[in-house]
Design a protein around this ligand. Structure first.
Ligand SMILES: [Zn+2]
Ligand SMILES: [Zn+2]
Length: 130
């Protein structure tokens, strides 16, 4: 599937990689240090992934967390996956959002990802799921 942006080399810096998955900075970050983790195989949603791919993604999640901790020193994280159009998925290649959170980045953080997806930091281009 050559029209899929996650099937080609990411346009942003790769944060971590293993045999089945890679992690890179989101081109349209909703917060400082926003990373996406994707399987290398074109897998549309979470539920089409193999357990091996999910394991590979989870391993990267820990590596990404270590790196982001060192680089950005966040106070927390939102980790999330949207599955299906009704859930807000707009790019149909499975991806985990790893979004560092900082105390005070929104007035009231209760509600988690539902609030941050309104975008904490401004960005120029239209991303997804906003
Ligand atoms: Zn793809
Ligand atoms: Zn997404």
């Amino acid at each position: 599937m050559d029209s899929c942006i996650f099937c080609s080399e990411p346009e942003t810096e790769i944060v971590a990689e293993n045999d089945l998955a890679r992690a890179f900075y989101d081109k349209y970050p909703v917060n400082e240090g926003h990373v996406l983790i994707v399987p290398k195989r074109h897998v549309e949603t979470l539920f089409e992934a193999t357990l091996e791919e999910l394991d590979a993604i989870n391993r990267l999640l820990f590596k990404v967390k270590d790196k982001l901790d060192k680089k950005f020193n966040p106070d927390g994280y939102n980790v999330g996956v949207n599955v299906g159009r009704a859930a807000g998925q707009t790019i149909f290649h499975l991806h985990y959002h790893v979004i560092p959170r900082y105390l005070g980045d929104v007035k009231d953080p209760r509600g988690g990802i539902r609030k941050i997806k309104k975008s904490v930091i401004p960005y120029l281009a239209e991303g997804e799921e906003n």
